[in-house]
Design a protein around this ligand. Structure first.
Ligand SMILES: NC(=O)c1ccc[n+]([C@@H]2O[C@H](COP(=O)([O-])OP(=O)(O)OC[C@H]3O[C@@H](n4cnc5c(N)ncnc54)[C@H](OP(=O)(O)O)[C@@H]3O)[C@@H](O)[C@H]2O)c1
Length: 277
């Protein structure tokens, strides 16, 4: 253990990481922070253009620390996506130490307006994709006796959001999945955790037509600024999160320093879900 007063070294230098949904928002910032710590990172998303820009940002952040940064254009909902992520990490970095299952999306609408296909799609993206990726990644991590997995869920998993029905249900299932894998693999040195972000100023919220605009329209609110203020006021901290504030928690859970955290579902939500467990 470190001496009292010693600076906290996350121990991420030379670790090999994979981050899904890394071309924008929370995933992109997580990849950038991991790179700045000296970790090599595989950035995964469907759109090659966004990926290329994110890769450049990560290379700038990680160059000095010797990080290797590589893209993988892939839909994580494909059945062989987990195996392809692990194969790409093996090929480019020689192994995979930390996996962040972050790819996701959401939209606002009423419970009665969600078509059946969208329930299945939410399940594929938030449950089957992390399940397949964990199944593919964990055996080699367990054989080496060290691994980290972070599943990015949501406050909506702990307290269903009436405006995001299929998302809430799938994110709750993702917490259960995360806990099952944590219990199974902690004894092998593979620590699986989830985080539950509150509303965060990623592209998902802030882009034109995104969650902010949807909340403005559905809430009958006059301006974007007012809608942002209204969304912020629903939480004790009084504002939405910045992507850096969510990424910091993910990076910590990927690190050497999170050595006694397993099976957690950490709220990083400005106090939004007001429970004490
Ligand atoms: N922002 C929030 O308020 C908030 C709150 C709680 C939880 N979360 C969760 O945090 C995660 C990240 O959200 P964000 O706000 O950063 O979203 P974002 O800004 O929309 O970014 C989403 C990322 O996921 C990728 N992606 C989406 N579907 C994919 C697929 N099928 N295969 C591969 N990549 C895919 C996107 O790239 P492509 O489109 O190019 O594939 C993009 O890189 C999600 O799981 C979300 O549910 C977000």
């Amino acid at each position: 253990m470190p001496d009292a007063g010693e600076l906290m070294d996350l121990g991420l230098a030379a670790k090999a990481c994979a981050v899904t949904g890394a071309s924008r928002g929370i995933g992109r910032e997580t990849a950038r922070m991991l790179a700045a710590e000296g970790a090599s990172v595989l950035l995964i998303a469907r759109g090659a253009e966004g990926l290329a820009e994110a890769v450049e940002a990560c290379r700038s952040a990680g160059d000095a620390a010797g990080a290797e940064i590589e893209p993988l254009a892939l839909d994580v909902a494909e059945v062989d996506a987990g195996e392809r992520i692990v194969a790409a990490c093996d090929e480019r970095f020689g192994r995979l130490d930390a996996l962040v299952n972050n790819a996701g999306t959401a939209r606002w609408r009423d419970l009665d307006q969600v078509p059946e296909a969208d329930w299945y799609e939410a399940w594929e993206l938030n449950v089957m994709a992390p399940l397949r990726a964990m199944r593919a990644a964990i055996p080699a991590m367990a054989a080496r006796g060290w691994g980290r997995i972070v599943n990015v869920s949501s406050t909506a998993a702990k307290r269903p959001s009436a405006r995001m029905p299929e998302y809430s249900v799938a994110k709750a299932a993702e917490l259960s999945l995360s806990r099952l894998f944590a219990d199974r693999h902690a004894g092998e040195g593979v620590l699986v955790n989830a985080i539950c972000p509150g509303p965060t100023k990623s592209e998902l919220w802030m882009d034109a037509g995104g969650l902010l605009d949807q909340s403005q329209e559905l809430g009958g609110i006059e301006t974007r600024d007012e809608a942002l203020r209204a969304a912020g006021e629903k939480r004790p901290l009084g504002r939405l999160a910045e992507v850096e504030e969510i990424a910091a928690a993910i990076v910590f859970l990927c690190s050497e320093r999170a050595s006694y955290v397993a099976g957690a579902a950490w709220s990083v939500d400005g106090g939004t879900v007001q429970v004490i467990i």
